[in-house]
Write a protein that binds this ligand. Structure first.
Ligand code: AGP
Length: 609
């Protein structure tokens, strides 16, 4: 979603700002802009609809010369993607520039008030009230003006403000939308995502909600919005978290699909105790007694993270014998969920910044639950606020379509179920079996990846189709949902995931020769029933693509279009199966010439509700 970069130093601001914006591109956006305080003492602003490269072209024709500036990528919420709606927004006199992430909920009232005072707005955005409010409260103290303006605001914000009258000064603040400072030698930066800082600095400070930072090239002083000084630690981002380019791959999505043997290896590294048939998850910070007291598990997430949670539900019930349920994070707090003292709530979020999942996390904490997050981004808001959980260590996931984070989430849930199970009645022997299979996952996944050319040929064969159903049972039912989500995300075709038995209760009316069904037939138990469901689809003339276990001839009666995956237990089946579906979605989107890493309308991290 929207991205913020700010730079103050002694060399040109333009290049770190553009570099930061490029690193934020993966999050999804539709316009970009940048303001720099010029050597002439005037704020200069450039904006472009579309890609950052357009802004870069503008900047190469009319360079913004100056050592302090702010930049933004906008994902439209209030007002269409257009130059006038792109950030930075300026006050009426063009002396204050603001970039903003989040939503100002009371912007209509504030705008009406400001218009009544004579202000004429230039954009349709909620964000434009900010520079105008700041101007209203500004006489000579910029920090006070920002504080006063932000006190009037209801909603969420991550902001960075640049004043024409104060060279070298950036003021940043956050409430519900991440802001991170990058600490350098002779310069400092501000960003909404650590990625935007990493080309220049690995030393970062995460602002907390309610923090305001006064940033100059030499200093970053942090206080609360109520003007109380606070100390926030500098964290050093490990080299392996800084990511690299696409390497030999055409797209990040493909790179990340192929990274899965390694990323899953990283999720399990150091966490398996084979001789005990157990897992060690020190980030949970829960004693054996506290673990034993957990009597119910509630998982909350969105999109792919919701789907991994649905697989987790099976793990917790089967392996650990603990009742589990999965909630759409967006509904969690509005449903007023019942949280008992021994409920463990698990928010799952790759980014750790998804607004709905964050709101669910806070609701659960406020209700007194034990909350342990599963997150990939170290230092993300959800991870920090929970203070306990499991980091995936999948490395940066850049493609909007989640692949490696999903499989690492599933792996982490399996590890957690094992840990909880061994705390209860799961035998050493069954625990050892899980450990052995977890350790084999990289090899099993690699065997699926080796099918890439075959999957690509299938994707080509079906590339003219516009409607797909994905069906599965048991552990593979959530995988059907995830397979359909992947396909629609990157290739824009209609795809629905269904429980195989549910097809008969309505959607079967849509089947026909132009509606292929992808049947996840490598499930044991339930395979016989799934074969029956495939038969039903064939009877309605739907072409069937089957995912089936290597060497299993049973699906051959229904189709010749088969993707083979290794034989596994039902616990590992979701992991091998989803990798096949990820490859199918990627190849299918490629056949249709779609923008794979940044699909239209989508954002990597959805920071508005
Ligand atoms: C996955 O491919 C999607 N891009 C999306 O559904 C994503 O999983 C969802 O927005 C949740 O993101 P999070 O894991 O960062 O919270």
């Amino acid at each position: 979603m929207c991205g913020i970069v700010g730079y103050t130093g002694c060399s040109s601001a333009q290049s770190p700002l553009l570099e930061g914006l490029k690193r934020l591109e993966y999050r999804g956006y539709d316009s970009a802009g940048m303001s720099v305080l010029g050597k002439d003492g005037i704020l200069h602003t450039l904006k472009a609809v579309g890609k950052v490269r357009k802004l870069e072209e503008l900047a190469s024709q009319t360079p913004l010369e100056g050592a302090c500036g702010i930049a933004h990528t906008r994902w439209a919420t209030h007002g269409a993607p257009s130059e006038k709606n792109a950030h930075p927004h300026l006050d009426g006199a063009s002396r204050i520039a603001v970039v903003h992430n989040g939503i100002i909920e009371n912007y209509r009232d504030l705008r009406a008030e400001l218009e009544a005072e004579g202000e004429t707005f230039r954009s349709d955005t909620d964000s434009e009230v900010l520079p105008r409010l700041i101007a209203k409260y500004y006489s000579d103290d910029p920090v006070r003006a920002v504080e006063e303006a932000l006190q009037r605001v209801r909603g969420t914000f991550g902001v960075c403000v640049l004043f024409q009258d104060h060279p070298g000064l950036l003021i940043a603040a956050r409430s519900g939308s991440p802001v991170i400072l990058g600490i350098g030698k002779g310069f400092n930066m501000v960003a909404s995502d650590v990625c935007a800082l990493l080309a220049n600095s690995r030393d970062v400070i995460y602002l907390n909600d309610g923090d305001l930072a006064v940033v100059t090239p030499e200093d970053a002083e942090i206080r609360t919005l109520a003007n109380v000084p606070v100390n926030r630690e500098i964290s050093r981002i490990p080299k392996e978290e800084t990511g690299s380019g696409k390497g030999k791959y055409e797209h990040f999505m493909l790179k990340e699909i192929f990274e899965q043997p390694e990323s899953i290896g990283n999720t399990i590294r150091g966490r398996i105790i084979p001789e005990d048939g157990n897992a060690k998850l020190s980030g949970l910070n829960l004693s054996p007694r506290e673990l034993a007291e957990i009597s119910r598990i509630v998982i909350a997430g969105c999109g792919s993270s919701l789907h991994s949670g649905l697989i987790g539900e099976y793990y917790f019930e089967e392996i650990a014998g603990i009742p589990a349920e999965v909630e759409q994070a967006a509904e969690f707090r509005y449903r007023n969920p019942i949280i008992e003292p021994n409920t463990l709530v698990i928010p799952i979020s790759q980014s750790g910044e998804t607004a709905d999942t964050l709101a669910a996390t806070r609701e659960a904490m406020q209700k007194g639950a034990t909350v342990a997050a599963i997150s990939n981004v170290v230092g993300s808001t959800i991870a920090r606020e929970c203070g306990r959980g499991i980091y995936l260590h999948a490395g940066p996931e850049i493609s909007v379509a989640s692949t490696k984070a999903f499989t690492c989430q599933v792996t982490a849930l399996w590890l957690l179920a094992l840990r909880l199970g061994r705390n209860r009645r799961l035998s050493n022997e069954l625990g050892r079996q899980s450990c052995a299979e977890l350790q084999r996952l990289p090899e099993l996944i690699q065997r699926v990846l080796n099918q890439y050319d075959h999957v690509a040929a299938l994707a080509k064969k079906f590339s003219g189709m516009n409607d797909f159903f994905f069906i599965g049972r048991g552990f593979l039912y959530p995988v059907a949902l995830e397979g359909a989500l992947k396909l629609k995300e990157v290739s824009y075709v209609h795809a629905e995931g269904y429980h195989a038995a549910e097809l008969k209760h309505g959607p079967i009316s849509l089947l026909g020769e132009n509606v292929p069904v992808i049947a996840l037939a490598n499930c044991i138990p339930g395979q016989e029933k799934l074969l029956g469901n495939m038969q039903e689809c064939r009877a309605r003339k739907s072409p069937v693509i089957a995912v089936a276990t290597e060497g299993d001839p049973s699906v051959e009666a229904f189709t010749e279009d088969i993707i083979r995956v290794p034989e596994t237990s039902r616990y590992a089946a979701p992991l091998v199966t989803v990798v096949a579906l990820q490859m199918f979605a990627y190849c299918f989107a490629g056949e249709r010439g779609c923008e794979i890493d940044q699909p239209r309308n989508l954002a990597k991290s959805v920071t508005v509700e």
